[in-house]
Ligand binder design. Structure first.
Ligand code: ZN
Length: 331
């Protein structure tokens, strides 16, 4: 039987994974646990993991390291299991900051003898609470990554790149900047070795920060219909692929899943006075194809004009609106 504290920790893991847009199936509900992780929207391949998890506790007994936090490996977790095609997650849960610390399996794959503890520190955990991720670096190049629950899926997906960054000081420096303010880091800032993998990580971090900023600005309501229900996306007005696009709030608009699809498909848009417009040519084509069912309800759910952020500085930029509409074929 699984001990009560382990059950609670596995529940924390599962809850955090859901929060970050992932699902899981337990393959072995024990400690270590084995699970198959997959994205709810099917957008990336499933990942199998061995999961080791403990509560983080305070540092050295003599009080000489007040900021240190550690996990103490015990029981069957004493030797970490690795398996080709399966990732090994070693996590500590911090009740104090409500974030996880994730340790690098590759440094601890061997039996560990005298030193059964792995360390992180409070500043890294606090950084994760604030920014989503925090970094604790040891002189050996080993990194512990502090992870806020809503970033857990991201961590699992990117864990190799994240931990690898500890091996090169320039890369570590960029990782720290990416974690705290991803919108201030450009792909060209990333050092050459492993640039491709790091840039993918950067893109994901920038997307998350952009979404957070846009949804906060719009009060987590759809700008077209005011729906909340956690069904919202942050849509780029001028898409990312365009050279003039950027990840700042004036190039974003909060849209529910339905209106995001309709906006990207140019069925509906808004002009530079924020008036919402339905495409008459699209409507005519849909009628011609016998695909206009629900149109009246769709129309009546639309506000006459965009629901705007309270602060004017966050309103959509006129230039982005014009370029975005032109790109989507509006005249
Ligand atoms: Zn909507």
């Amino acid at each position: 039987m699984l001990r009560r504290d382990k059950e609670e920790l596995l529940a924390k893991f599962e809850g955090a994974l859901h929060l970050s847009g992932w699902q899981l199936i337990w393959i072995q509900y024990d400690h270590p646990a084995k699970a198959r992780l997959f994205r709810a929207d099917g957008s990336s391949p499933a990942i199998d993991v061995w999961l080791y998890i403990w509560n983080l506790t305070g540092g050295g007994r003599d009080g000489s390291r007040p900021l240190e936090r550690r996990i103490q490996r015990t029981g069957r977790g004493n030797v970490f299991r690795g398996e080709p095609g399966t990732r090994s997650l070693i996590l500590g849960w911090s009740a104090e900051t409500q974030v996880f610390a994730a340790f690098d399996y590759s440094y601890h794959a061997v039996a560990h003898g005298k030193s059964p503890s792995l360390q992180t520190d409070l500043p890294a955990l606090e950084a994760a609470l604030r920014d989503g991720l925090g970094v604790y670096a040891k002189k050996t190049g080993e990194l512990s990554i502090a992870v806020r629950p809503d970033m857990l899926g991201f961590y699992v997906e990117q864990m190799e790149v994240l931990h690898e960054s500890g091996k090169d000081p320039a890369q570590l420096e960029v990782l720290r900047r990416m974690a705290s303010s991803p919108l201030d880091v450009e792909p060209s800032d990333v050092p050459k070795p492993r640039r491709k993998a790091m840039v993918t990580t950067l893109r994901l971090l920038r997307d998350r920060r952009f979404s957070q900023n846009v949804l906060d600005a719009y009060g987590h309501k759809c700008a077209f219909c005011a729906v909340q229900l956690k069904l919202l996306d942050a849509a780029h007005i001028l898409p990312v692929a365009h050279p003039d696009s950027h990840d700042l709030v004036p190039n974003g608009v909060a849209l529910c899943a339905l209106h995001h699809r309709a906006y990207d498909g140019a069925l509906v848009t808004f002009d530079d006075t924020f008036v919402i417009r339905l495409s008459q040519s699209k409507v005519a084509a849909l009628r011609g194809d016998n695909r206009s069912g629900g149109l009246a309800a769709f129309k009546s759910a639309l506000r006459p004009s965009l629901l705007l952020p309270r602060r004017q500085i966050s309103h959509p930029s006129t230039v982005m609106i014009q370029k975005g509409n032109q790109l989507r074929g509006w005249t």
